[in-house]
Write a protein that binds this ligand. Structure first.
Ligand SMILES: *Cc1c(COP(=O)(O)O)cnc(C)c1O
Length: 409
């Protein structure tokens, strides 16, 4: 559902301070530290009693403006910008997880998130419970008093599975577990995670927001809509309710882990936000056009895009994300060999990983993103050797179709 207020909110976000020269772009404050007039002012800033910046690992004016804009367009209580999508996921989880806790999620996860959960966190005594997130009863069976979060991706990749966010949010708020959603595949201009009941939204801003794959970045968006007194770890911060999570992130986790967004990236991604809605409309409508055209193409076994009326998740996807559930789709060819031949025949579409560049990108996920996973793991994750993933960019849709058609021959 396209938000008519989106660009209005975006362009009316005020700068943190009026610029001395009246610059229309937020200046790029590439400075590590900030000077104070007095020892007293310095003390207050270090105690977070004033909003002054002290050191750019903790906060920075250019990054803050980027965060403020994200807060304005999402309705968030607080936003923290990190150096990558993975930094956003790991920082959010580090704020919630503890030795002996568990995370309820699905095997249908971005490869590095899966590895973070199944390998890295396991070594710290955090266990992962993989379940079927499209089955609310299964999720409920897996939640217990040590569940620190339910974590999901709104449209999993490359399986393109959609969970019912409102049903899950009803369950997680009843059981006192925060619902964390990685919404990278559908941008803010198309849907509102807050309205669907998500507590913490995670975005890899590397994708749509960076505006042409210029820079890595990640966002932790706290909607301030969770009762943290129910959280086994964060309830220590009862005095900070309902911003206990943000308090923990900003005062402890992100500054200790040191993966805050750098000002240069925030500057580029602020520019990326200016054209986000425009770029998304073009790429996503081309995506729907291509997915529709290829559904009847010779040589393709199946096309998977949740915006296609025949898709298993069509109704739920349309209710949650509107007509355009992202600018990415997958299709299956008869064999792994056919996929490699297809990839090698592409003339115009780039063979590259990444999503939502301005250029159209093709990848064979099974041999690349999931290349180091065991055959058994790939099977459990439903990563098929017959699948090609296409991230649709801003080229003319007919030219893209032509390239795909010739590569299928
Ligand atoms: C790319 C991606 C990430 C990781 O983001 P980086 O910015 O590359 O660290 C996480 N989740 C999803 C769904 C992604 O597509």
């Amino acid at each position: 559902m396209s938000n008519p207020q989106f660009n209005q909110q975006l362009f009316s976000t005020p700068y943190p301070k009026k610029d001395a020269y009246g610059a229309l772009q937020i200046p790029l404050y590439h400075s590590v530290a900030f000077e104070f007039d007095t020892a007293e002012a310095m003390e207050l800033a270090f105690l977070c009693k004033t909003a002054d910046h002290t050191y750019s690992r903790i906060s920075n004016p250019t990054v803050q403006f980027f965060e403020d804009r994200i807060a304005a367009i999402t309705g968030a209580a607080s936003v923290t910008a990190l150096s990558s999508g993975m930094a956003a996921i790991s920082n959010a989880i580090m704020a919630l997880a503890y030795s002996g806790s568990n995370i309820v999620t699905s095997r249908h996860l971005f490869g590095n998130t899966y590895s973070l959960f199944a390998s890295t966190l396991k070594d710290f005594g955090v266990s992962i419970r993989f379940c079927d997130l499209t089955d609310v009863a299964d999720v409920e069976r897996n939640i217990d008093k040590n569940t620190c979060a339910v974590f999901l991706e709104i449209i999993t990749n490359p399986q393109l599975e959609v969970a019912d966010l409102q049903a899950l949010a009803a369950l997680t708020s009843r059981t006192g577990v925060p619902l964390i959603a990685d919404t990278t595949v559908v941008p803010f201009c198309a849907f509102s995670a807050k309205k669907l009941g998500v507590n913490i939204e995670i975005v890899s801003s590397t994708k749509y927001i960076s505006g042409g794959a210029t820079s890595l970045g990640g966002l932790i968006i706290d909607y301030g809509n969770f009762d943290w007194s129910k959280s086994p770890k964060i309830n220590l911060l009862r005095e900070a309710q309902p911003s206990a999570f943000t308090f923990k992130i900003k005062r402890e986790i992100h500054r200790n882990l040191g993966a805050y967004m750098n000002p240069q990236t925030a500057y580029m991604q602020t520019l990326g936000l200016d054209t986000l809605d425009l770029r998304f409309q073009k790429a996503a409508s081309a995506c729907l056009y291509l997915a529709t055209a290829l559904s009847s193409a010779k040589g393709i076994e199946t096309v998977n895009y949740t915006g296609l009326p025949g898709n298993k998740f069509y109704n739920l996807s349309t209710a949650q994300f509107g007509k355009y559930p992202g600018a990415m789709f997958t299709f299956d060819l008869p064999s792994r060999k056919a996929c490699f031949e297809f990839m090698n025949r592409l003339k115009f579409i780039k063979r590259a990983t990444n999503l939502f560049d301005n250029k159209t990108l093709a990848i064979h996920p099974e041999s690349t993103i999931y290349g180091t996973f065991s055959p058994a793991d790939k099977e459990k994750m439903n990563v098929s050797p017959k699948t090609i993933r296409l991230s649709v960019g801003l080229e003319e849709a007919d030219r893209l179709l032509e390239d795909i058609r010739q590569a299928l021959q």
